[in-house]
Design a protein around this ligand. Structure first.
Ligand SMILES: NC(=O)c1ccc[n+]([C@@H]2O[C@H](COP(=O)([O-])OP(=O)(O)OC[C@H]3O[C@@H](n4cnc5c(N)ncnc54)[C@H](OP(=O)(O)O)[C@@H]3O)[C@@H](O)[C@H]2O)c1
Ligand SMILES: [Zn+2]
Ligand SMILES: [Zn+2]
Length: 352
């Protein structure tokens, strides 16, 4: 065991503050990473503030961070895919049982025995897992991803959650050319959704509550932008979408989007607001529309997504911050004031 530097929240009301945490020495299948960048996902904020207390109550101290990119510093004797010096990445999961049907199918995100990167029982050290707001992490090789060499690392880190969470449902629901696809909420997830839908060839409509994001939405790959508070603009798209990805982090009227789906169209929730949404079932019944959810993605598909990003030169648009600005960044995230993902430069933690 060794100590790593980290930022943790000590309670539901505490800001994140510097601390040290234990990390295990790499065992034979482990990869040790020096963390160079870690994205700030809105899930980090939900978790730190215990906003998901019904489903995933927060254990304090909590070290969030599951968009991790870095350099391999040490590998165990049985590791074959990585060597010291390689660039590598870790997302929302660090382990699973590997034997259940979901794991065997490469769907570790549905494994009943997975281990999330933070706030989950730590099988090695006891207590809970600690995430990527830290200078180093040790993860089993199977949950470590390869990073395409052409991608800038600061913008690659967010692909590990915002990227895979938007890529996976688009692949599942058959987003291709000739499909009309909506993306709701231009935050960390939503802006990646626009990039992927565009790269997959769809006609992309971005829905935003922030008029100041309109030009960016087009630059990111949208063909059209709708200010969702404008009922007339919304009505023009009634009954026309094959697929809509809803990446909104707060309470909102999902029925307004269900009505935009064509017959058999699907809307998938990836946003995870604190409170339940009210769904008018007639919107689903009329038109045989469906409402789904989707969690992150499995390890094989996460690697596929990273390789797709390498081939299409896709990274997240990031604002790089030192870790000392993390609490300020959280306040800005609540106000939807980030273009479009904060990426923490972990050199700032190392020099603390
Ligand atoms: N399913 C999964 O596996 C998974 C994975 C990661 C994250 N998540 C969840 O996905 C959600 C989004 O995460 P994120 O990191 O992308 O968050 P984010 O960067 O804060 O983006 C959320 C966006 O939602 C829109 N929005 C915020 N408040 C709103 C409101 N009151 N009404 C309407 N729109 C509003 C804003 O877009 P505009 O300014 O364009 O309106 C905002 O930029 C979070 O709930 C997060 O926990 C789920
Ligand atoms: Zn996330
Ligand atoms: Zn499993």
């Amino acid at each position: 065991m060794y100590n790593a530097k980290a930022y943790s929240a000590g309670s539901v009301k505490s800001p994140l503050a510097p601390t040290t945490i234990p990390r295990r020495d790499p065992t034979e299948h482990d990869v040790q990473l020096e963390i160079l960048f870690c994205g700030i996902c809105h899930s980090d904020l939900h978790q730190v503030r215990n906003e998901w207390s019904d489903v995933m109550p927060t254990v304090y101290p909590c070290v969030p961070g599951h968009e991790i990119a870095g350099r391999v510093t040490k590998v165990g004797s049985a590791v074959t895919g990585f060597k010291p010096g390689d660039l590598a990445a870790v997302g929302c999961m660090v382990d699973s049982d590997r034997t259940c049907p979901e794991c065997r199918a490469g769907f570790e995100q549905f494994c009943p025995n997975f281990t999330l990167t933070y706030n989950f029982p730590d099988k090695h050290l006891g207590g809970v897992t600690y995430g990527g707001y830290s200078d180093s992490i040790v993860v089993d090789e199977r949950f470590v991803l390869r990073v395409p060499s052409n991608l800038a690392l600061a913008g690659t880190a967010p692909l590990l959650c915002a990227g895979i969470t938007t890529y996976s449902p688009m692949r599942h629901w058959g987003v291709t050319k000739d499909k009309k696809v909506g993306v709701v909420g231009l935050g960390g997830l939503g802006h990646m959704g626009v990039k992927f839908a565009d790269a997959l060839g769809a006609h992309v409509v971005a829905f935003t509550t922030s008029p100041k994001k309109k030009d960016d939405a087009i630059r990111l790959g949208a063909d059209e932008v709708v200010i969702s508070t404008n009922a007339n603009e919304m009505q023009k798209h009634a009954g026309s979408f094959d697929f809509i990805l809803d990446a909104v982090a707060a309470d909102h009227d999902i029925n307004a989007y269900i009505h935009l789906l064509r017959r058999d169209g699907n809307i998938t929730m990836v946003g995870a607001p604190e409170k339940p949404l009210a769904v008018g079932v007639f919107g689903l019944i009329m038109g045989r529309r469906s409402l789904s959810g989707s969690p992150i993605g499995g390890i094989p598909e996460t690697q596929e997504m990273l390789d797709f990003c390498g081939a299409h030169n896709i990274t997240s648009d990031v604002e790089i911050i030192p870790i000392q600005k993390v609490n300020e960044a959280y306040e800005r995230l609540v106000r939807s004031d980030v273009k479009y993902r904060f990426s923490i430069d972990m050199a700032s933690l190392r020099s603390e």
